[in-house]
Design a protein around this ligand. Structure first.
Ligand code: BEZ
Length: 211
């Protein structure tokens, strides 16, 4: 069965380009982004890995560790990294799992046989410090992912984990948030001293609470 939001992210031991890991121990108290690739030496994947390497500082700021996975072997990953660094003007700075026996791909349901019976689709799992799955995304092999969107979701997840707010469509860090419908008007005044803008009883905005 596929994994759902709120499920514990399955733990696993794996070989990676940065050495062997126990996934949960490797995550420690960090947030995690686990994302899969159809295969090594493929053009879209190459750009994606470069894109994530270039946002490492943004991930670090948010206490997020990135880890990629593909079902090709470690020596293939090591060779591919040379190409990624060369073509994407980056230095790879996070591990790629070598999942030759598809142990991780199976546990995370990353192979969708009606799309491709061997290669993984482009899955993304955002995992909280409690090891629970906070977001899943599935893209087809032909569409590279938008990692600015992944950062935006992480900002929302981290904010809403701390404050009784939700974030509206296309929200970006620093913009107005929505007061959680479960909060009464009276409590909202106390919880959100920057003010509450009431449009409807169910639609109340507040400036972003301090992170
Ligand atoms: C790619 O990463 O470029 C790719 C991989 C599989 C199918 C199509 C594109």
């Amino acid at each position: 069965m596929s994994l759902r939001l709120g499920d514990v992210a399955p733990n696993f031991s794996a070989t990676t380009t940065e050495g062997p890991i126990d996934f949960h121990k490797w995550l420690g108290n960090s947030w995690g982004v686990l994302f899969s690739h159809p295969a090594d030496f493929t053009p879209v994947c190459t750009t994606e890995l470069g894109a994530v390497a270039r946002i490492k500082a943004e991930l670090d700021k948010r206490n997020v560790k990135a880890i990629a996975i593909s079902v090709d072997p470690l020596d293939s990953h090591q060779e591919w990294i040379k190409d990624i660094n060369e073509t994407q003007v980056c230095t790879m700075n996070f591990p790629i799992i070598a999942d030759e026996n598809r142990q991780v791909a199976s546990a995370y349901d990353m192979i969708h046989p009606n799309a491709d019976d061997k290669a993984t689709v482009r899955s993304v799992f955002i995992i909280g410090p409690d090891k629970k799955i906070k977001l899943t995304l599935t893209y087809p092999a032909s569409t590279g992912r938008n990692f600015a969107e992944i950062l935006r979701v992480i900002d929302s997840l981290q904010l809403t984990a701390k404050h009784k707010v939700a974030t509206p469509a296309n929200w970006r860090k620093g913009e107005e948030c929505i007061v959680s419908p479960a909060v009464s008007d009276g409590d909202a005044q106390k919880l959100f001293p920057k003010g509450v803008r009431k449009v409807k009883q169910y639609l109340r905005y507040t400036p972003q609470p301090n992170p």
